[in-house]
Ligand binder design. Sequence first.
Ligand code: GDP
Ligand code: IMO
Ligand code: MG
Length: 419
Amino acid sequence: MPSTVVVGAQWGDEGKGKIVDLLAQESDVVCRYQGGPNAGHTIVAGGATWKLRQMPSGVVSGTTSVIGAGCVVDAQVFLDEIDLLRERGIDPSIVVLSGNAHLIMPWHVTIDQASERRLGSLQIGTTRRGIGPTYADKASRIGIRVQDVLDPKILRQKIEVALAEKNVWLERVYGVEPIELEELAARYEGYAQRLRPYLADTSLLVDRAIREGKQVLLEGAHGTLLDIDHGTYPFVTSSPTVAGGACTGIGIGPTRIDSVIGVAKAYVTRVGAGPFPTEIEGPDQDRMRELGGEFGTVTGRERRCGWLDLVALRCAVRLNGITSIALTKLDVLAAFDRVPVCTAYELRGGARTDEFPEHQSDFHSARPVYEVLDGWSSELGGEELPDAARRYVEFVEKLLDVEVSWVGTGAEREQVLVR
Ligand code: GDP
Ligand code: IMO
Ligand code: MG
C-alpha cells in the first residue's frame, strides 16, 4: 500500500515507534503529522535503544523523515535529536521540517507548567512540554512558526510582540519570572542557523512521493483517546491524533490514504489523569507495570495499567477507519493465568452498551463488563502462538471485525509475528 497511516488506538504508548520502525524498513518516507516532544517513542533495534520525542520513528532506519505542518517543534529538542542521529552514524539530512509547523517557545513551557500547578488536583497531568499553550497560540493566530526563523528581523519582532504580552501573564497571573528579550532573541537566531537546512515544502514532497508510487508512512503520535475532538476531553492532548489528522497535518487529501494500521497494546495503559474504566485494582496493576516496563519515556511517570478494553478499541476502529491492527506486548500477558477482556460497559442505571459513551459523565461512571480468557504461561518466541494466546488474538479480531496482522512478542524490532 503506497500510503499508510499508523495510529495509536488507545491512550498512547501502544508501541507505535516500534511498529513504524519495522514498517519503515520497507518505506521511502516516514512522516509525523501532529504533536511534538510530548511523544516518547522507544525503538530497540540491533541491540541499540532509541528514545525519540520529536523525530519520526523512520530516522532509526535512515529513511527520509518528515515533520509536518501539524506538528509543534521544540527547537532545542529537535537539534539535540539531530545531534543524536549524527552520533549514531545517521546522516541528518534525511530529516525534513515544515516551515508551517509551530515553534514551542520558552513561555509555552513555563505556562504549561504553571497552569498545571495552579489547577492542583484538577490538573490534566500534561507532559509539561508546552504543547497546549503552543497549539492555543496557533489557534489564536499569534504563534511563531518555523519559517519565521528565516528572517532575523521578523523573528525578533515576533518574539518582542509575544513577550510584551506573555511576560504580563507570567508575572501577574502565574507569579513567575519574566523572560528576557535579548538573551532569547540571540538564542533563537542561533537556532535559526541550524534549523534552516532542514526546511522544505513538506506537503509537496509527500504528495509527490505518493504520486510516484513510493511507500509513505504517516505516523500518529499519542493515541486516539487523546484526540482533541474525539478523545476523553479535557484529559487529552491538544492536536488531532486520529488518522484524519494525517491529511491536515501533512497537507495531503483523504483520497491519498490507502490504509490505516491501528496499534494497540494487548492491555491498556494511560499516563496522566482522566477516566480509565479497565484500570486494574490491586497488586496486578503493579505487576503489569513492572513486567511491561510501563514508565513514561518522556517524564518517567508510572503508567496506569488496565485490561484490554474492546469498547474503547471498537471506537478507535471507527474514528480512524482502521483496516488492520498491530497488537503489541502480548508477551507481557504471559504472566497472568486468566486474562480479563472488557467487552461492554455497564452504565448508571444498569444498561449495558458495547459502544463508547458519547457523554463524558456516562464514560466516567462506566463499569467494565469482562469476559475472562485463559492465559498462556509459555513464552511467545516461536513462529506460532500458543493456543490460548492465539485464541486471545482471535477473540479481539472477532469482536472488532478487523484483522490483527502483527503481534508484538518483545521490544526488539524482530520480535513481531506477522500473521
Ligand atoms: P509509543 O509511544 O507508542 O511509540 O510507545 P512507547 O515506546 O512509549 O512504549 C512502548 C514500550 O513497549 C517501549 O518501551 C517499547 O520498546 C516496548 N514494546 C513495544 N512493543 C513491544 C512488545 O511487543 N513487547 C514488549 N515486551 N515490549 C514492547
Ligand atoms: P506517545 O506518542 C502517553 C498525555 C499526557 C496527558 C495528556 C496531555 O508516546 O504515545 P500534553 O503534554 O500532550 O498536553 O498532555 O496527554 N500524553 C501522552 N500519554 N503517551 C504520549 O505520547 C502522550 N502524549 C501526551 O500524559 O495526560
Ligand atoms: Mg510513548
